[in-house]
Design a protein around this ligand. Structure first.
Ligand SMILES: *Cc1c(COP(=O)(O)O)cnc(C)c1O
Length: 404
């Protein structure tokens, strides 16, 4: 562990081409190289621009509702009988999840670059809603690509995006879900790049997206670190977050990576169990490959065809994981586990009943992990669970599965 730590501290990660070790990079058609370079340059310039940082802090505070509380879950702690459990309350943010942290950052960047049109992909609709929200707030035209199957499953979010003034384009290719929506968004970007910015929703894709999205989400961990030092006067022993593309997890983990005493667990979607096409746990049964601009762990067959995935939570239901997570796993810095649909549903109900908080089904995977871990920890140990979003969007899904 000590070795892995100093390697992390020393290596420039990602490197100038966006590589996290053997992961990451920029695997895109020639026509996208220029826009990605333009975005990269503008992004790194903005990072050192106090005016941009002031503006970002202003909207995070006044529009999104930051900082979010770090809440001691007393009844859950007592029920599990082990470590003290804190919840990082990203569920309290405007639009109900951490995604707005990234959407607001990227739209400020788009404005800086003089772009007048915003596009995005969405699976469950959460990133689409966050993007439509910030587009409305700044009066920019917004087009959201969404698989036709997802449009049906998440009809309410489609309507929300439309209310916010966005055009929602149903994508009918292939499996008609998130992967195809990303392809369609990339095609649009190639065609309209002069006036259009593509707000990618997670720590995935071609450089600079993984590093940029991580940096927009690291506010979660920066706040949590400050808050736990205030409340407990020490660092946590364990951090737990769910991992779809990986943005809420890396956002929490990143500011703690060099604290050797802090353990971290990323929780993937175990679906109906680890069998082909029944889950979305890329570190269980996935392999190295390239998908949608980056090199990472991917669920694919022997011929490199992307496998079907399944999770009760649409936000974790994706065949690939962000490259930085693959790298952190190789370093043994972060451990990756999974929770099944059934475990996530149980966790969902438990948090509702014990704490009066209805978590997103995605976040429920992280709660499921703390339910397994906390009883084995000492009472003086401290765990932070990232509550990435709220579960209002999931109520009808849960109602179809849990009889009350
Ligand atoms: C989208 C989403 C996720 C998964 O995305 P990450 O990029 O892995 O964070 C997790 N939780 C919620 C509430 C989401 O909306």
């Amino acid at each position: 562990m000590v070795c892995a730590m100093s390697a992390i501290a020393q290596a420039a990660v990602p490197d100038a081409q966006g590589h996290f070790g053997r992961y990451g990079g920029r695997y895109v058609p020639e026509t996208l190289m220029h826009p990605l370079k333009e975005l990269e340059e503008e992004y790194f310039r903005s990072q050192h621009d106090p005016e941009f940082q002031r503006e970002l802090q202003y909207y995070l505070r006044e529009f999104c509702g930051r900082p979010t509380p770090l809440y001691l879950a007393e009844r859950l702690t007592k029920d599990l009988g082990g470590a003290r459990i804190y919840l990082k309350r990203e569920d309290l943010l405007h639009t109900g999840a951490h995604k707005i942290n990234n959407a607001i950052g990227q739209i400020l960047l788009a404005r800086r670059m003089g772009k007048t049109r915003i596009i995005a992909e969405t699976g469950a609709g959460q990133h689409g809603v966050a993007t439509a929200t910030v587009s409305a707030m700044f009066g920019l035209k917004c087009v959201i690509y969404m698989g036709e199957v997802d449009c049906e499953r998440q009809a309410l979010n489609v309507y929300r995006m439309k209310m916010l003034g966005a055009d929602v384009v149903p994508v009918t290719a292939g499996q008609k879900t998130l992967k195809e929506a990303v392809n369609e968004a990339m095609r649009d970007w190639v065609t309209n790049v002069r006036n259009t910015h593509y707000i990618l929703g997670t720590a995935y894709g071609a450089h600079p997206y993984p590093v940029m999205v991580r940096n927009f989400q690291r506010i979660i961990g920066d706040e949590a670190r400050r808050q736990i030092l205030e409340q407990e006067e020490r660092l946590p022993d364990l951090l737990i977050a769910c991992v779809g593309g990986g943005s809420n997890a890396i956002g929490l983990f990143y500011p703690f990576l060099e604290d050797a005493s802090v353990q971290m667990i990323g929780v993937e979607a175990g679906g109906e169990g680890i069998q082909p096409e029944k889950h979305a746990a890329r570190f269980q049964g996935g392999s190295l490959g390239v998908l949608q601009g980056t090199r990472s762990y991917i669920l694919q067959d022997e011929n490199g065809q992307i496998q079907l995935t399944h999770s009760v939570s649409a936000g974790l239901d994706y065949a690939a994981v962000g490259p930085e997570h693959a790298w952190l796993r190789d370093q043994s810095r972060v451990e990756y586990s999974y929770a099944t649909d059934a475990e996530a549903l149980q966790a969902f109900m438990k948090l509702a009943r014990l704490e009066g908080i209805i978590p997103a089904l995605e976040s429920s995977h992280a709660v499921a992990e703390v339910i397994k871990r906390a009883p084995r920890l000492r009472k003086d140990q401290v765990v932070i669970v990232n509550l990435s979003g709220r579960g209002d969007k999931d109520v009808s899904q849960v109602a179809s599965k849990v009889k009350l």
